[in-house]
Ligand binder design. Structure first.
Ligand code: DGL
Length: 274
């Protein structure tokens, strides 16, 4: 029965769709329920306690959809809440931090790694912790980039203002002679071009989305939870806590194709207790 259950994915809003994009490529047969907490976004400026509370509620909500795996498609939530979610729930939970850190360790030659993310992700030091566990002698340099999320949501990735902001944020990391840069926020893959332009071709960018999707496939395979083929077309549902039209409109840029089937629920807490 569980084989046919959907994968549950949650994010603070629309950014997690960059992870869904890769999930659709790697696991095209799987049903998916995406939960975007658009009423309470952003998480990236909030405290650990708040992020953990929201994340617990988001998982409770997804469990009502009988999901077989939870993917935290949000760096901020992965950074602060993964350990708690693993402790509280029996369902397997994957976050995006470790896959991103693994990617950086594979790519770096000089062992000088940069990390960019929301203020809260950077404050958590979650990437540093993983990098230090995975590779000896890695030097880590961090920079929070709070203006990147609104620039992407505004659709200004190709505007001069975006280039100027990217230069301002990334220059200090370049001075540290990093050779690898982790895009530690779900919105940043949309800025990959401008970021690469600023850091130059010698700095390798790491986006954890594909790696998370591959880990999800491995896990489902291992647990014998991969959906079997015979059951027709995969279903994808998108549920948000506010502004479904905006989610649909902006989300198509993140996902790279059309989104249908968006609905609005009340806050996840109300959905849980209703
Ligand atoms: N999804 C968040 C992340 O990856 C960015 C948006 C937010 O601040 O909520 O950290």
């Amino acid at each position: 029965m569980m084989r046919q259950s959907p994968i549950g994915v949650f994010d603070s809003g629309i950014g997690g769709l960059t992870v869904v994009k890769e999930l659709l490529r790697v696991l095209p047969r799987e049903d998916l329920v995406y939960f975007g907490d658009t009423a309470r976004v952003p998480y990236g400026t909030k405290s650990k306690a708040t992020i953990v509370k929201f994340s617990l509620e988001n998982v409770e909500f997804l469990l009502q959809h009988n999901v077989k795996l939870i993917i935290i498609a949000c760096n901020t939530s992965s950074a602060w809440a993964l350990a708690t979610l693993k402790k509280y729930f029996k369902v397997p939970v994957l976050g995006v931090i470790r896959p991103g850190a693994k990617g950086a360790i594979e790519l770096t030659r000089s062992r000088r790694v940069g990390i960019i993310g929301t203020p809260s992700t950077i404050r958590s030091r979650a990437y540093e912790t993983e990098l230090r566990q995975l590779g000896r002698g890695v030097r880590v340099f961090t920079q929070s980039c709070p203006l990147f999320v609104p620039l992407v949501e505004e659709g200004w990735e190709e505007e001069a203002v975006c280039l100027a902001v990217a230069r301002r944020y990334l220059q200090p990391l370049l001075r540290q002679r990093i050779d690898t840069l982790i895009l530690g926020c779900t919105h940043y893959p949309l800025l990959a071009r401008v970021i690469q332009r600023v850091v130059g071709p010698r700095v390798r960018l790491v986006d954890s989305a594909r790696r998370v999707a591959l880990e999800a496939r491995d896990l489902l395979e291992r647990e014998e939870l991969l959906r079997t083929a015979a059951n027709g077309v995969a279903r994808r549902r998108f549920i948000v806590t506010d502004e479904p039209e905006r989610f649909q409109r902006l989300g198509e840029r993140f996902l790279g194709h059309r989104i249908t089937n968006v609905s609005k629920c009340a806050s996840p807490m109300m959905a849980v207790t209703a």
